[in-house]
Design a protein around this ligand. Structure first.
Ligand SMILES: Cc1cc2nc3c(=O)[nH]c(=O)nc-3n(C[C@H](O)[C@H](O)[C@H](O)COP(=O)(O)OP(=O)(O)OC[C@H]3O[C@@H](n4cnc5c(N)ncnc54)[C@H](O)[C@@H]3O)c2cc1C
Length: 596
């Protein structure tokens, strides 16, 4: 009934984290299989990356990895895993050197030095731009990040790694409390696959498609988080996502205005969009929307105040706005007339910050299971300065790959419990049955519209309670009836995977609402109108998610502040303005200093 594939290490996901993990696991002697929903390097967010942050020889002579570490932790509201952030800050330069060895070129100044720019949230300029591998990257729809994926794909090809594309993870399989592989659907052949593996690595990205308005690729539907939850693993910080303020970007010579034509950012102490951390601008935009100073579509406008500056922007960006009304892969709208003197814009949900809770060996809470990249949560906390998430995929992907290979070497054999493979197969068919009956796309729209209405940028208790009640009704209406499952196989593997994705979105949305109700404060990119302040006395804690009899259960865990915390001596950076005299949701940037 199933196709059985045996390997040392099975990796799910073909973005930066999955590809880098596969390379490292293979180089550490493991037999590796990679299963990817979609195509390697063309299915996730990594090809969209614009900027990479790393402290290295290109940096200011006063910069240090520990300052980068402090920036990351402060920006994330000190909820990050300090040991993982330390690894990230220390190892990022190595991953950049490696990309260079693998043929990636960094953008340079006219004097030939590597160009670095100073992105918001960084104490020093340390953001590098990759030279796109394709001379015309925007025409193919990708910014420079495609260079990372081209380099990783080149390295994968040099190794004897089995790559299975259009194969979607369904469930993790456990025997005697250890993850021993997983089930998956081959979307092209409609076959159910059982992977038997000594180590399993999840690198399946975010769950941002709980929102219809999102930047991320269509493949990011929380499949890894949901499978881990069902297997009994702990998840962390699922309540939060980051946002970008304007799906059109802020082209040169433009300003952001609300539906009344008011340059509202000034009221929030923001001089201009560009040099602000996204979270600050997004909070202002979210407040305008919440207070009704927006269009009926919950949007605002970009006003062209200096048309002469239009030429300063990449013509391909303008083309994309003309076609899609958005610069991002996850959201398309009616095209924009870029010759007009104003056009519509609005926030999009960006990368999520929650996911599998991992330790500094990238191990999840169940033996045999590893996670890296955006599928893992709690790494940097509730927000991040630009450029570090792609480095997480490379640094932690590499680490997870090595440790998964070493873990596989340390055990002789694993066995699959056939009953658990059968249960997964029946569940997958039952999910398809009920979703097909209720309408897969209709159910997905219901999830997304509920999240947009009750859990958008600025949340409050009554909205979250209503959202959770509605979400539980959708969960109930879509509960899989494994005992009634028809004997007929779903006819189309892609549609089957889409039904499973939708049920994963349902689960991750429920977790998000449950945790957002629990966190009674604002921090990083997480904003509650009824708790607008950051509350370090009560909420310097991560929210941990796991299941009890299949139901979402949350608890809290105090943050380990082993290297730095919000009470350390700090200097207020001008990048963090006060909002109406209130405490900022995001802590002030730290004064630099040694922290380990
Ligand atoms: C538009 C955009 C711009 C960004 N710009 C930057 C930037 O400039 N700098 C920065 O640091 N970060 C940036 N980020 C964030 C960064 O891109 C991501 O955090 C990072 O690339 C995530 O890498 P990943 O490998 O974890 O996931 P991805 O690259 O998203 O890959 C996930 C992979 O998992 C696969 N998958 C999903 N579900 C399954 C399943 N069920 N079975 C098998 N495979 C599955 C997907 O198909 C995909 O191959 C940006 C994100 C977006 C959306």
């Amino acid at each position: 009934m199933y196709t059985l594939i045996e390997t040392d290490v099975i990796i799910f996901g073909g973005g930066g984290a999955g590809s880098r993990a596969a390379i490292e696991a293979y180089d550490h002697g493991a037999k590796v299989v990679m299963a990817v929903k979609g195509k390697v390097g063309h299915s996730g967010c990594t090809p969209w990356v614009g900027t990479n942050a790393a402290v290295g020889p290109w940096s200011n002579e006063n910069d240090r990895p520990e300052y980068a570490m402090r920036d990351l932790l402060a920006h994330g509201g000190f909820l990050g895993n300090q040991e993982l952030v330390k690894i990230l800050a220390n190892d990022s330069a190595n991953r950049i050197f490696e990309l260079q060895d693998w043929g990636v070129e960094l953008a340079r100044n006219q004097d030939g030095n590597i160009a670095i720019n100073h992105a918001p949230g960084h104490t020093f300029a340390r953001n590098l731009t990759l030279k796109p591998s394709n001379p015309n990257p925007q025409k193919d729809g990708y910014p420079p990040g495609i260079a990372v994926m081209d380099a990783l794909r080149g390295q994968l090809k040099k190794r004897d790694i089995r790559i299975m594309e259009d194969v979607a993870l369904v469930d993790l399989l456990k025997t005697d409390g250890r993850v021993v592989g997983a089930t998956a659907i081959d979307c092209n052949t409609n076959k159910f696959i059982v992977f038997k593996a000594k180590s399993t690595v999840l690198a399946t990205g975010t769950y941002s498609h709980v929102f219809s308005h999102t930047t991320v690729s269509l493949y990011e539907t929380g499949d890894g988080q949901a499978a881990a939850f069902r297997a009994g693993a702990e998840l962390i910080d699922m309540e939060n996502t980051q946002y970008i303020p304007a799906r059109t970007g802020m082209p040169p010579g433009t300003i952001l205005v609300n539906a009344d034509g008011d340059r509202f950012l000034e009221r929030y102490g923001i001089d201009g969009c560009k040099r602000m951390a996204k979270e600050i601008t997004v909070r202002a935009v979210g407040t305008e929307i919440r207070e009704g100073r927006c269009t009926d579509r919950g949007t605002m406008f970009v006003n062209v105040v200096d048309p002469m500056k239009k030429d300063e922007w990449d013509p391909d960006y303008w083309d994309r706005l003309e076609k899609n009304g958005s610069l991002y892969p996850g959201y398309t709208d009616q095209g924009i007339n870029t010759a007009a003197d104003q056009f519509e814009t609005g926030p999009l949900a960006h990368t999520t910050t929650g996911g599998l809770r991992i330790n500094d060996r990238c191990e999840a809470s169940i033996p045999g299971l590893y996670a890296a990249g955006a599928v893992a949560g709690g790494v940097y906390g509730h927000a991040r300065p630009e450029g570090f998430t792609v480095m997480i995929t490379l640094v932690l992907g590499c680490r997870a790959g090595r440790l998964a290979a070493e873990g596989a070497r340390s055990i002789d054999e694993v066995s699959i419990d056939e009953a658990s493979a059968d249960a997964s197969f029946n569940r997958a068919r039952a999910v398809y049955d009920v979703m097909a009956k209720n309408g897969i796309d209709e159910t997905r729209s219901k999830i997304q519209s509920t999240m947009h209405e009750y859990a958008w940028v600025i949340k409050d208790r009554s909205g979250l309670e209503t959202g959770l009640r509605v979400m539980k009704e959708i969960v109930f209406a879509n509960r899989p009836m494994t005992q009634d499952v028809t004997k007929i196989m779903p006819a189309d593997g892609f549609k089957w995977a889409r039904a499973l994705e939708t049920s994963n979105l349902l689960l991750t949305a429920e977790m998000m609402l449950t945790g957002a109700l629990e966190r009674k404060e604002s921090r990083g990119a997480f904003f509650r109108a009824d708790y607008p302040e950051t509350d370090n006395d009560n909420w310097l804690k991560n929210i941990i998610y796991n299941q009890l009899h299949g139901k979402v259960r949350v608890s809290t865990a105090a943050v380990d502040l082993r290297y730095c915390g919000p009470d350390d001596d700090r200097a207020v950076s001008p990048q963090w303005p006060r909002i109406d005299g209130r405490t900022r949701a995001i802590p002030t940037l730290a004064r630099v200093g040694p922290y380990n």
